[in-house]
Design a protein around this ligand. Structure first.
Ligand SMILES: CC(C)(COP(=O)(O)OP(=O)(O)OC[C@H]1O[C@@H](n2cnc3c(N)ncnc32)[C@H](O)[C@@H]1O)[C@@H](O)C(=O)NCCC(=O)NCCS
Ligand SMILES: Nc1ncnc2c1ncn2[C@@H]1O[C@H](COP(=O)(O)OP(=O)(O)OP(=O)(O)O)[C@@H](O)[C@H]1O
Length: 284
């Protein structure tokens, strides 16, 4: 018997989510981040940890896309996200590989479900607008919430210490950094080079240069964030991945980030989102 249309839709969205996260982590030479040939500023994880984590999340993205088909409030999405985090931590021996991705990409998968239920075409702009419109206020409410079952995360500590809205602000605003920074950089570099990996690297540096990345803030404070953003901006000003010597420059930035224990984990998550959004047009 053929699978119902909703199941096929959710499976398609889930495959795209996992593929996008795989492309992010498989991109070699990212500064300070885990990749196939190095673990950047992260002694507690490597590429294998990310593969185990992705395996554990295979069921989550279709499940949250299917939940979106019911046009849910925020509470059921949050419950799915919390369960997925527990699955991730069980698969990685308690290492945080995909906390941001579970949140960001989960919301976008659910948004695609809402668009499908409304009979609307899926596009990057439409999916981001659904997250803002349907769940933005509830997402922001989490910034001031703390309770016994919601302990202070690094992001919440940084929100209080440095006044940064981090992942919650970005999602509640409809992912402006992914839409207005990551996606244009990715598309322009893809048009110029025809190479998806080069385009992804350019998008990553563009995101690092612009984002209030709470991973950089947590590890390095304001000075660390400013240092990371300036390094990425200088890389772009020198031509980014279109410069003949870009790899040498990227290796130097990676070395500097690792020496300072800096990791642009939020920018990496938004690269995953960018790669997901880039493939949305015509998905439905
Ligand atoms: C809101 C989340 C991301 C927690 O955020 P918080 O900033 O408090 O925690 P933490 O610092 O541990 O993780 C945030 C992660 O977001 C990513 N990130 C950092 N900065 C940014 C940014 N500016 N934009 C986007 N992502 C970012 C990083 O990868 C980071 O690891 C989320 O994990 C959460 O609360 N989950 C509970 C379940 C839930 O609400 N789910 C919603 C539906 S899926
Ligand atoms: N390729 C990647 N390499 C490293 N981190 C990544 C990568 N892609 C995404 N990230 C994000 O970075 C986060 C991990 O960063 P980090 O280890 O700094 O967080 P932490 O465990 O909360 O804090 P810390 O280790 O600084 O005490 C993950 O939640 C993940 O979302």
């Amino acid at each position: 018997m053929a699978a119902p249309a909703g199941e096929l839709f959710a499976a398609r969205v889930g495959r795209l989510a996992i593929r996008s996260l795989y492309r992010e982590v498989a991109l070699d030479g990212k500064p300070g981040l885990v990749g196939p040939t190095g673990n950047g500023s992260h002694p507690d994880m490597d590429f294998t940890t990310f593969m185990r984590s992705l395996q554990a999340l295979r069921g989550y993205f279709p499940a949250i896309a299917a939940c979106g088909l019911q046009r849910p409030g925020f509470a059921p999405l949050r419950a799915l996200g919390i369960a997925a985090e527990a699955d991730m931590l069980a698969a990685t021996a308690a290492v945080n590989t995909h906390r941001g991705a579970i949140f960001n990409l989960g919301l976008l998968c659910a948004a695609l479900g809402v668009l499908q239920a409304e009979g609307a075409a899926s596009s990057a702009e439409a999916a981001c607008a659904v997250v803002r419109r349907c769940w933005g206020a509830d997402i922001l409410a989490g910034l001031s919430e703390t309770s016994a079952d919601a302990p202070l995360s690094h992001g919440l500590i940084v929100a209080r210490r440095d006044g940064s809205g981090g992942a919650r602000q970005e999602a509640a605003s409809g992912f402006p950094a992914a839409l207005n920074v990551g996606l244009p950089a990715y598309r322009a570099a893809l048009a110029a080079t025809g190479d998806g990996e080069l385009a992804a690297m350019q998008a990553l540096f563009a995101l690092i240069a612009e984002l209030e990345d709470t991973n950089l803030l947590w590890r390095g404070g304001r000075a660390g964030l400013d240092y990371g953003r300036r390094a990425a901006a200088d890389f772009l000003a020198a031509g980014g991945v279109l410069a003949a010597d870009w790899r040498t420059r990227a290796v130097g930035i990676d070395r500097d980030f690792v020496a300072r224990r800096l990791s642009p984990g939020g920018s990496a998550d938004l690269l995953g989102i960018t790669l997901f959004l880039a493939e949305l047009d015509g998905l439905a």
